[in-house]
Design a protein around this ligand. Structure first.
Ligand SMILES: [Zn+2]
Length: 418
């Protein structure tokens, strides 16, 4: 047990629905016992409540809840930065060739370590992870993440058409592999499972039907996939599934749209699809850096809010530009500022999207996402400008992002930094 003294900032409520959803304690503290938050509040009050507990003094820093990334591809860790392409070309030239290497379990293990380190280094403690196409690579991911103490939801990526042969498997093989991964990992050491068809375009009806069967057999397993990312992709889905009124209808048909479903992107959503996502209680993983980098478009956040569709932030590494969820929050702010239906997002809304909204999407709101007593002690400690209002402090913190990687600076032949 200990008391951690620093400024404390979190969003225990939804700032899109409530004013004053941002809670801040400038001279604040977290009381932590056995990895669980006992209390969060003003230091004086917490000290009085737990007079015997040791105090770790981190004044001058701010504590934020551990960040929650709702869409990040483990096997794309090494290909961040493939700029200049649109979705389908980027997949063919960058993502899919790299993902084929994960057939090699040793390679998968090395990248799993790198991936987990990158999550941790950027303050991400919970993530919904798009997995690899190979079961042994999934074991490597789950083992590494469990050892690091992270909270991970992930699953074997399944596909049976369109992709290179090395990434395809039959629905029967995919079913058996999913069953054994669920038995091995779901509900053990902070790991949970998500049924993960890559996207409708790379799946036959038989494969999507198999995914629906897995969800029916495992009522607490999650579901994740991609939707409405790129116009060329949409046209492909229309011709592959001519009976479907829209993209979401393909997933609806196989009972894949529900409150434990997370759909990445949804940039080109119809009004009808938004209504159905809202009614189903499904969540959209919004990945602003990726949407901009691939030229996919600007996420229609105003329309999602109006239709009452849940959404949270994701980095979408490796089409996204890095693992930093605070950077992603800033990118979200910038793009919504210039969207066709512009929004001016508050720092509290951005923090919520990077923390609690993600925990809610993953069914983990009772465990993570903010500092409510009883939740897991997941937090990041960061230097921060103090003395300003909480909103200003948080705005400065999101905008400044990570420290620059420049090691030395020389001017007129002299070292001026580093
Ligand atoms: Zn993705």
């Amino acid at each position: 047990m200990e008391i951690l003294r620093a400024a404390v900032l979190h969003t225990p409520r939804n700032p899109f629905l409530e004013d004053n959803a941002l809670e801040c304690y400038v001279d604040g503290a977290l009381a932590v016992e056995s990895g669980v938050i006992a209390a969060a509040g003003d230091f004086a009050g917490i000290r009085a409540r737990y007079p015997e507990w040791p105090v770790r003094d981190r004044r001058g820093s701010v504590l934020l809840p551990g960040l929650v990334d709702t869409h990040v591809h483990f096997p794309q860790t090494r290909i961040i930065g493939g700029l200049g392409l649109s979705l389908l070309d980027w997949l063919n030239q960058h993502a899919l060739p790299e993902e084929a290497f994960f057939a090699e379990a040793n390679y998968a293990r090395i990248v799993a370590h790198h991936f987990v380190q990158e999550l941790v280094r950027h303050g991400t403690t919970t993530a919904l992870v798009f997995g690899a196409h190979f079961p042994a690579a999934m074991d490597a991911l789950f083992e590494t993440a469990a050892l690091a103490g992270l909270r991970i939801v992930s699953g074997l990526v399944v596909s049976d058409r369109l992709l290179p042969d090395a990434l395809l498997q039959s629905p029967e093989k995919a079913y058996a592999a999913n069953k054994s991964l669920i038995a091995r990992w779901h509900g053990t050491s902070g790991m949970r499972y998500a049924v993960t068809p890559r996207f409708a375009l790379s799946c036959s009806e038989g494969m999507l039907e198999m995914c629906g069967a897995l969800l029916a057999e495992h009522p607490d397993v999650l579901f994740q996939t991609h939707i409405n990312e790129n116009r060329q992709e949409l046209a492909g889905v229309r011709s592959a599934f001519p009976w479907a009124a829209d993209y979401l209808a393909v997933y609806d048909r196989f009972q894949l749209t529900g409150s434990r479903s997370v759909f990445a992107h949804n940039v080109h959503a119809s009004q009808e699809e938004l209504h159905r996502l809202s009614a189903a209680g499904a969540t959209v993983a919004h990945c602003p850096s990726s949407n901009a980098a691939l030229g996919s478009g600007i996420f229609p956040m105003a329309r999602h809010l109006a239709a009452n569709v849940r959404f949270a932030l994701g980095t979408d590494v490796g089409a996204g530009t890095g693992f930093g969820m605070l950077k992603e929050a800033l990118q979200c702010y910038l793009l919504q500022r210039v969207a066709p239906e512009p929004l001016v997002l508050s720092p509290a809304q951005l923090l919520y999207l990077a923390t609690r909204a993600g925990a809610e999407a993953l069914g983990l709101a009772g465990e993570a996402g903010d500092f409510t007593p009883g939740k897991s002690a997941d937090y990041i400690v960061r230097k921060a400008p103090l003395g300003e209002s909480p909103e200003k402090m948080l705005g400065a913190l999101i905008t400044s992002g990570d420290a620059p990687a420049i090691e030395e600076v020389w001017a007129r032949g002299r070292k001026v930094f580093g």
